[in-house]
Write a protein that binds this ligand. Structure first.
Ligand code: ADP
Ligand code: MG
Length: 298
């Protein structure tokens, strides 16, 4: 294509809310055959709300929310926002020290509530298990029930034992199913990639039209890159769409990285294309635009 055509294509993209980093990006966009979609914040709104609190035997539900909420107040994760917001509604949150974000697993820290201090963990059961705080059978079954209905549950533990779970729900964006249908009609295979639980991931995949064999769940942030590399090793030309800090490395590794304009700066910087409005349909527009600009389709 001529430089003029590329400039026109890039300009047209900007009108459609597709910010393209450079003219060479159109060439890679034209060739991708697989599109890996981050779940939270990309296919779903990422705006979660707390829907339920389950406490272990002898534990107060309000305390589960209060201690977890205090800790999550220091985290930017969508799950954390939902928990902290709900906890704040119940009163002033306790003080937190030694806060640590354990990437892809959850958060930990020391929460001082009145006279007593507790070492609190909030996150995947795996995080609690790492600290020898396995879920009780009741908590485990509550967690499974939430996942089966497409909700995300995180575990809460303190002072050496699992104490409860918090259930949050994240709405699928109304445009996601249409976007995925459009990507398919352009010949791309959609893959859903997430750190979230397998059951939740499958339920979202089914709702938006991603085949169950193309669901890759319970992936740690560092493993997201390896998934992209593996697909590339199978000869696929891979586009990846993501929004989070934890997607940045995978976006950079993909042949074509697309970030949500509503996402984090780190993801935007690591990507080749930014979908300004955070609407996944613009990913299909971007592929169409590149094929048009480079003369593959009219
Ligand atoms: P995704 O790929 O879905 O955006 P992440 O890699 O950010 O997910 O997180 C993976 C999982 O780790 C979450 O589904 C959650 O169970 C847990 N997690 C991560 N951060 C937090 C947090 N701040 N509070 C509770 N759980 C968390
Ligand atoms: Mg995300």
């Amino acid at each position: 294509a001529t430089p003029t055509a590329l400039m026109v294509g890039t300009g047209r993209g900007a009108q459609l809310g597709i910010l393209i980093k450079g003219p060479e990006v159109l060439e890679t966009s034209r060739r991708v055959d697989t599109i890996v979609l981050d779940k939270t914040g990309t296919v779903t709104s990422g705006q979660m709300t707390l829907v339920d609190v389950v406490a272990a035997d002898g534990v107060d539900e309000a305390e589960v929310l209060r201690l977890a909420g205090a800790l999550e107040d220091a985290s930017e994760h969508p799950i954390a926002r939902a928990i902290a917001t709900a906890a704040e509604r119940t009163g002033t949150l306790p003080r937190v020290e030694d806060f640590t974000n354990v990437e892809g697993l959850g958060v930990q820290g020391v929460v001082t509530d009145g006279e007593s201090s507790h070492a609190v963990l909030v996150g995947r059961p795996r995080l609690l298990a790492d600290w020898s705080q396995p879920l009780t059978p009741e908590l485990e079954s509550a967690m499974d029930a939430a996942a089966a209905s497409g909700q995300t549950a995180v575990a809460v533990g303190w002072d050496g034992a699992a104490r409860g779970i918090l259930i949050v729900a994240d709405a699928i964006k109304p445009t996601s199913a249409e976007a995925i249908a459009r990507l398919r009609s352009l010949g791309l295979t959609p893959v859903l990639l997430t750190g979230d639980n397998e059951t939740v991931a499958r339920s979202v995949a089914e709702a938006v039209g991603v085949d169950s064999e193309n669901v890759i769940a319970e992936v740690l942030p560092a493993e997201k890159v390896a998934v992209i590399t593996r697909l590339q090793g199978e000869g696929k030309r891979v586009a990846m769409v993501g929004d989070g800090v934890n997607d940045a490395a995978a976006l950079a590794q993909a042949d074509l990285g697309l970030s949500m304009g509503t996402g984090t700066d780190v993801a935007i910087e690591a990507s080749d294309i930014t979908l300004v409005r955070g609407d996944l349909r613009a990913a299909a527009d971007a592929v169409r635009l590149s094929r048009r600009t480079l003369g593959t389709i009219k």
